[in-house]
Design a protein around this ligand. Structure first.
Ligand SMILES: Nc1ncnc2c1ncn2[C@@H]1O[C@H](COP(=O)(O)OP(=O)(O)O)[C@@H](O)[C@H]1O
Ligand SMILES: [Mg+2]
Length: 225
């Protein structure tokens, strides 16, 4: 069994895109793969197909049904806000112990590779006192850190690495997913981050046209898992 928590320096960076691409690559290589997206905000039940759980289910080759979505993404909130605020809008809250228990159960049951996609960035609040960082620290599984390729990403990434090191979290790989507007060469960003990453593998994933997530970079990321 190996389980990885997919986190990033912010929202809309590429966590789902990278996870879906990896799932496709690993399945084609004959590996058993499973994925969870326990907490989703900005979930609109009328356009389910583009939601993170639907994208992950599609990559897993599973049906995008209400039951399947509930099984991998139990905490869904409508407002496109941080989960604590999105939950509060609905008079709800996230039970942190239940969230850990849900994730832990899947980690313990998994016989193949499991990806747990976080929500937003590393320190997005889940409730009034805990963030995604506390969830990652509780689960103690290696991280897949997805960062952007935009100008400014190096500082964001190094700040994230410092915070993760303070909590003794292991990083399996850092993926630089090229951003839409990007005045910086992807290879230069990868090389800069690698210089500060203390030996952690850093893989660059170019902006792929049409959202097709097939690229040799996925094999390189998979080799680090
Ligand atoms: N390397 C890439 N090539 C093409 N599109 C990408 C790439 N990385 C991210 N995207 C696109 O950018 C958007 C945000 O990515 P997403 O994976 O949903 O971010 P996150 O899960 O971190 O919020 C999505 O539309 C996704 O398809
Ligand atoms: Mg996502």
């Amino acid at each position: 069994m190996s389980a990885y928590f997919v986190t990033s320096t912010g929202t809309d960076i590429g966590k789902t895109f990278v996870t879906a691409g990896l799932i496709r690559y690993l399945r084609e290589a004959g590996q058993a793969v499973h994925a969870l997206k326990p907490v989703v905000s900005g979930y609109d039940p009328s356009v389910v197909e583009t939601s993170d759980p639907a994208v992950l289910l599609g990559a897993l080759g599973r049906a995008v049904s209400a039951d399947e979505i509930s099984s991998i993404a139990p905490w869904r909130f409508r407002a496109p806000l941080s989960p604590d605020l999105a939950a509060a809008r609905e008079g709800r809250s996230i039970d942190f112990a239940q969230l850990i228990a849900f994730s832990r159960k899947a980690i313990d049951a998994e016989t193949g590779i499991l990806f747990i996609e976080g929500v937003g960035g590393i320190m997005v609040p889940l409730d009034g006192e805990r963030t995604v960082l506390d969830l990652m620290a509780a689960l103690q599984i290696p991280l897949l850190l997805v960062v952007g390729g935009y100008l400014g990403t190096i500082s964001h990434t190094l700040t994230a690495l410092d915070v993760l090191a303070q909590r003794h979290l292991k990083i399996a790989a850092i993926v630089v997913s090229e951003s839409e507007r990007n005045p910086v060469e992807l290879d230069d960003t990868v090389a800069s981050i690698a210089r500060f990453a203390h030996g952690t593998g850093v893989i660059g994933l170019p902006r792929l046209p049409g959202g097709i997530n097939q690229h040799p970079a996925f094999a390189k990321i998979a080799a680090l898992l």
